[in-house]
Design a protein around this ligand. Structure first.
Ligand SMILES: *[C@@H]1O[C@H](CO)[C@@H](O)[C@H](O)[C@H]1NC(C)=O
Ligand SMILES: *[C@@H]1O[C@H](CO)[C@@H](O)[C@H](O)[C@H]1NC(C)=O
Ligand SMILES: *[C@@H]1O[C@H](CO)[C@@H](O)[C@H](O)[C@H]1NC(C)=O
Ligand SMILES: *[C@@H]1O[C@H](CO)[C@@H](O)[C@H](O)[C@H]1NC(C)=O
Ligand SMILES: *[C@@H]1O[C@H](CO)[C@@H](O)[C@H](O)[C@H]1NC(C)=O
Ligand SMILES: *[C@@H]1O[C@H](CO)[C@@H](O)[C@H](O)[C@H]1NC(C)=O
Ligand SMILES: *[C@@H]1O[C@H](CO)[C@@H](O)[C@H](O)[C@H]1NC(C)=O
Ligand SMILES: *[C@@H]1O[C@H](CO)[C@@H](O)[C@H](O)[C@H]1NC(C)=O
Ligand SMILES: *[C@@H]1O[C@H](CO)[C@@H](O)[C@H](O)[C@H]1NC(C)=O
Ligand SMILES: *[C@@H]1O[C@H](CO)[C@@H](O)[C@H](O)[C@H]1NC(C)=O
Length: 457
């Protein structure tokens, strides 16, 4: 068949040969098609029409493709109408344009009448990019963040995923917050999805919730989008110092104040929302004076020890530290001043504590004075009794039976001359000389024991 046509052509052409040509379009021709399913297979891309002016000559067509792979993309259906040859270019079955793979195809068509070959005509097929829907890698429906309450502008976090978009490098993505109960508190960097606090977030104010969320919309330049959700937990931070009102306390320790009495209740609060950030502990400042007299039971300062307090003194100072349990911990100091008014009644005699070690400020001086006076009086009484006993041993009587005249008494209560008269009487019975008597009158000291020996003889 083909052989026959060629022979025919050759036969006619011998008379007057003309070059075949393409009709209808002014080449080069560019056509646009959108990638993806919106250009289905079978879509007519272009129709070539070729003729030859020689009578009953219909040219043949052949094609070149750029790139060569275009050969696999297109199907060309030729028809001979008797006067012209048409070639309908369609997208091949099961083929789809993909801008990212190939954005342009070129087909050059030639017409040949058996002797003469036409110039090529150029068909350019331009693929329009539609954009693909971006997706997240790894696939992420939601992501969680946890931060402490903080000031406006503080970074909450950044996405843990990357955006995959087959639209390639020319594409860009815009991050927006499209919903969620935290949208008033969170703002997003439109270029990279990093979220920050849009306002100061104060958990200590109960109108700020611990859990919020925002919906994040990631949109490409084709307005194609993917969404994900950020869950954000905002926890309480130890950002309040314990506040004490008042910061100065005064009290008295009276004689009738007993151990265990609450002397002051310290009034402090911490505005942090949660424990231990708002859990207060009370302790004496480590180098504070006077801490030995008190104990501390949470906020209450009680009297622990009174034995060595000096009444009528003061004021003294005591420092108490109030700390919260946060990390790091904050603390405040309160000052207590106390006086010990002069005694009006006796102090209680019992105390829970051991024998005191006396110190500078606390010492009741009346008690030792009393002890010294009692000791002196006691010593005098004992001494007098001893003298009486000696007299009884020596003279057989504690006191003289009669003391003639007080003038005759000597200084000592033991030297009443009557003693000597008693002695005279005893001695005269034994015929003692006058000399001895006079001697005895002046001194009975050494001779007295030997005199008594004479009596007993
Ligand atoms: C088209 O066919 C002619 C005649 O057979 C041939 O000379 C020419 O090289 C062909 N062109 C292409 C691009 O195949
Ligand atoms: C393809 O893109 C061209 C140039 O950008 C435009 O003129 C044409 O209308 C587009 N065609 C389609 C089908 O989108
Ligand atoms: C996003 O951009 C902001 C501002 O330039 C920057 O502070 C932040 O670190 C960026 N985030 C990431 C994940 O690069
Ligand atoms: C708590 O927050 C609300 C809303 O922001 C505000 O109106 C209110 O004054 C705040 N309360 C305190 C005690 O700061
Ligand atoms: C916001 O949503 C979270 C999670 O669904 C919820 O736990 C929280 O109570 C909500 N917060 C507010 C302020 O409605
Ligand atoms: C995301 O943003 C795009 C562009 O503004 C919008 O068309 C789309 O509806 C949004 N998606 C959601 C889930 O809000
Ligand atoms: C305790 O402190 C609060 C807050 O400052 C104050 O309102 C209250 O009057 C104080 N109570 C006493 C007993 O001082
Ligand atoms: C202690 O004595 C003072 C006066 O000396 C008196 O005002 C006070 O009420 C007494 N306290 C007690 C607990 O008896
Ligand atoms: C402190 O003293 C107050 C008033 O007496 C009392 O109500 C409170 O229970 C005491 N606190 C403790 C921890 O003992
Ligand atoms: C206590 O009494 C002493 C002596 O009587 C006196 O000097 C002192 O000022 C008094 N102290 C007070 C606090 O009344």
């Amino acid at each position: 068949m083909k052989e026959t046509i060629f022979v025919t052509v050759l036969w006619f052409c011998s008379a007057s040969c003309t070059m075949p040509y393409f009709t209808t379009d002014t080449y080069p021709v560019t056509v646009f098609f959108t990638e993806g399913p919106s250009t289905p297979s079978g879509t007519i891309i272009h129709t070539f029409h070729a003729e030859d002016d020689e009578t009953s000559v219909v040219p043949f067509l052949n094609y070149t493709y750029d790139p060569i792979s275009g050969q696999n993309m297109f199907h060309i259906e030729e028809t001979n109408t008797g006067t012209e040859r048409t070639a309908v270019v369609t997208l091949k079955e099961f083929k789809e344009f993909d801008y990212e793979t190939q954005d342009t195809y070129k087909i050059t068509a030639y017409a040949f009448d058996g002797i003469l070959l036409s110039d090529g005509v150029l068909l350019t097929i331009q693929i329009n990019d539609t954009g693909e829907i971006p997706y997240l890698s790894p696939a992420t429906d939601s992501q969680s963040f946890e931060i402490e309450e903080n000031a406006e502008g503080s970074i909450i976090g950044s996405p843990s995923f990357t955006i995959v978009d087959t639209d390639g490098n020319q594409d860009y993505h815009t991050w927006t917050i499209s919903g969620g109960n935290g949208s008033n508190f969170v703002s997003i960097n439109p270029n990279n999805g990093t979220i920050v606090l849009a306002a100061d977030y104060d958990r200590d104010n109960t109108s700020y919730y611990e859990d919020i969320y925002v919906d994040v919309n990631i949109t490409d330049k084709y307005d194609l989008s993917v969404t994900t959700t950020y869950f954000i937990k905002i926890t309480d931070k130890n950002d309040n110092i314990p506040q004490c009102d008042p910061t100065l306390y005064t009290f008295d320790i009276e004689r009738n104040t007993s151990v265990g009495t609450i002397l002051s209740s310290i009034n402090c609060t911490d505005n942090d929302l949660t424990s231990p950030n708002n859990l207060l502990t009370y302790s004496f400042v480590s180098n504070s004076a006077n801490t030995e007299y008190f104990s501390i039971d949470l906020e209450n300062i009680t009297l622990a020890y009174i034995n060595d307090l000096i009444y009528g003194r003061g004021p003294y100072q005591l420092l108490v530290q109030v700390s919260d349990g946060g990390i790091p911990s904050y603390s405040s100091t309160v000052t207590l001043t106390f006086t010990i008014p002069n005694a009006t009644t006796l102090p209680p005699t019992t105390t829970l504590l051991p024998i005191p070690v006396y110190d500078d400020i606390s010492y009741d001086s009346t008690l030792p004075a009393l002890i010294i006076i009692i000791s002196i009086v006691g010593a005098c009484i004992v001494g007098y009794i001893m003298i009486l006993c000696w007299r009884w041993h020596t003279f057989g009587a504690c006191l003289p039976r009669h003391c003639p005249t007080s003038q005759q008494c000597r200084m000592c209560c033991t030297c009443c001359p009557g003693d000597d008269l008693d002695l005279d009487r005893v001695l005269s019975d034994r015929a003692v000389s006058d000399d001895f008597m006079q001697k005895k009158g002046s001194s009975f000291g050494l001779e007295a024991p030997s005199s008594r020996t004479k009596i007993s003889r």
